[in-house]
Design a binder for this molecule. Structure first.
Ligand code: NI
Length: 188
């Protein structure tokens, strides 16, 4: 396996890799770490707050995120559970559990679906367990935008996209934009 890092780019819907359930990463090698670093760059450049490996064409169970603190929005690192992160983080082979029982609506977008945003309902809190880029297991509780981002990125690892989770109104609102994205890809 050898990946040409500079050629990694964010793939767009309807690229087939976005629909494949991704494989667990068996061994966290230097190459995995380099891919994670490159994904963080691509995420920041986009700009975005999360990016999953299938979004750069790699069917691996890994995502990166960086949800900056925003006190104006009430989004804090130092709250329980945290809703933001101080720095970029890497999550490898993540598992989600202990979801809150509520479902909170929020407008979501996705770097692989440019021009498309719409309401998605998700539990407001959860626990994520994963390995970091050194292969060390970690686990934490998350709320707010951080919880949402973790669920969105984990969806990518299962081949799921926001358009699958849109409310009926969001689906209707994005019908034309989604068709244009599909037709644009067919022409390219
Ligand atoms: Ni996305």
């Amino acid at each position: 396996m050898s990946i040409d890092l500079p050629s990694l780019r964010i793939v767009r819907y309807p690229d087939a890799v976005l629909r494949q359930p991704a494989r667990e990463i068996a061994e966290i090698t230097d190459e995995v770490r380099r891919v994670a670093e490159r994904m963080i760059e691509l995420m920041h450049d986009a700009p975005g707050i999360g990016l999953a490996a299938p979004q750069v064409g790699l069917s691996w169970r890994m995502f990166v995120l960086h949800v900056p603190e925003d006190p104006d929005e009430g989004r804090l690192i130092d709250c329980d559970p945290p809703e933001a992160t101080e720095s970029p983080r890497v999550y490898i082979n993540p598992r989600l559990s202990d979801y809150a029982r509520d479902l909170v609506p929020w407008d979501e977008g996705c770097l692989s679906l440019p021009g498309i945003t719409g309401e998605v309902r998700r539990p407001s809190q959860l626990t994520v367990s994963a390995l970091d880029e050194q292969g060390r297991p970690f686990s934490h509780r998350a709320g707010g935008l951080l919880a949402r981002c973790i669920q969105h990125e984990t969806d990518h690892l299962d081949g799921k996209l926001i358009i699958d989770r849109f409310t009926p109104i969001a689906r209707m609102k994005n019908r034309v934009a989604l068709r244009e994205l599909t037709e644009g890809a067919a022409k390219a």
